[in-house]
Design a binder for this molecule. Structure first.
Ligand SMILES: Cc1cc2nc3c(=O)[nH]c(=O)nc-3n(C[C@H](O)[C@H](O)[C@H](O)COP(=O)(O)O)c2cc1C
Length: 241
């Protein structure tokens, strides 16, 4: 994709915005358009885009240890950072359920119910919710809409999960998104009080980062493997009328 020079947003390039009168600055590669964002006041004051991108790129899932977790007030603040998730028609097709303390044991019992291992012995699944002091269940909510199919709504819900993971990570919390084979089982659904239009998309396991674990390196990305252009034109499927 190197032959394409990134262009500023249409409004900025069109000559009407304040950035249209400015000479281009010496920007690092790949930041065209940022000048227009700044002058139009679209980035918050003091926004450091390089720091922002570096922080995003270094997020990793982390195991947690101890009993400390964000309280409801902090959670509310971080949830507000999820507000900009892409959401066709503004349906907000997702919600979260917080499981703390004994609620995690109840989830373990639901896992037991789902696996049929109804005994006092900790089964392979029932202790898993105790690995972190806070679990946030992500619920995808399907709100029937003439223009927004279910999969788009679930895509938005997944985006909310990723944004919240990032926000929690930025705030210094360890997060690990987990599902497991029982996530769609009836006992687990019932425990969370899900309606027919709702699907459980896993839990964010949250706590303080475990200091015993090595700090994972940022993930590398082979950009050429994920960014391409359209393939060569093919003959039409049907002859044109
Ligand atoms: C929807 C979803 C479900 C996941 N379920 C599990 C899971 O059940 N167990 C697990 O170990 N990782 C699961 N993962 C992957 C981890 O959250 C994590 O992304 C993975 O371990 C890679 O680590 P990283 O995020 O640091 O790159 C899931 C991820 C997503 C998005």
């Amino acid at each position: 994709m190197t032959e394409h020079t990134p262009q500023p947003p249409a409004e900025a390039a069109g000559g009407s915005g304040p950035s249209a009168r400015r000479e281009p600055r010496n920007e690092p590669a790949g930041t065209a358009g940022a000048d227009g964002m700044e002058s139009a006041g679209l980035h918050p004051a003091g926004f450091d885009r390089e720091a922002f991108l570096t922080a995003m790129a270094s997020r990793r899932s982390l195991a947690s240890s101890g009993d400390e977790a964000p309280d409801d007030e902090e959670l509310a603040r971080l949830l507000r950072a999820v507000a900009p998730v892409a959401d066709h028609a503004g349906l907000r097709p997702w919600r979260f359920i917080a499981l703390r303390g004994d609620d995690r044991k109840a989830l373990g019992r639901a896992f037991d119910d789902a696996t049929g291992t109804l005994s006092d012995d900790p089964s392979v699944y029932s202790r898993r919710p105790l690995r972190s002091p806070l679990l946030l269940a992500l619920v995808g909510v399907h709100r029937p809409h003439p223009k927004v199919p279910e999969w788009e709504q679930h895509a938005s819900a997944a985006g909310a999960g990723h944004l919240l993971s990032l926000a929690l990570w930025a705030a210094g919390w360890a997060v690990h998104w987990r599902t497991g084979p029982l996530v769609r089982s009836e006992p687990v659904r019932r425990l969370h009080g899900l309606s027919e239009d709702e699907v459980l998309m896993g839990w964010l396991y949250i706590g303080r980062p475990d200091p015993q674990r090595a700090r994972p390196k940022p993930r590398e990305l082979d950009v050429d493997a994920v960014l391409s252009r359209l393939p060569a034109p093919q003959p039409p499927l049907r002859a044109q009328d």
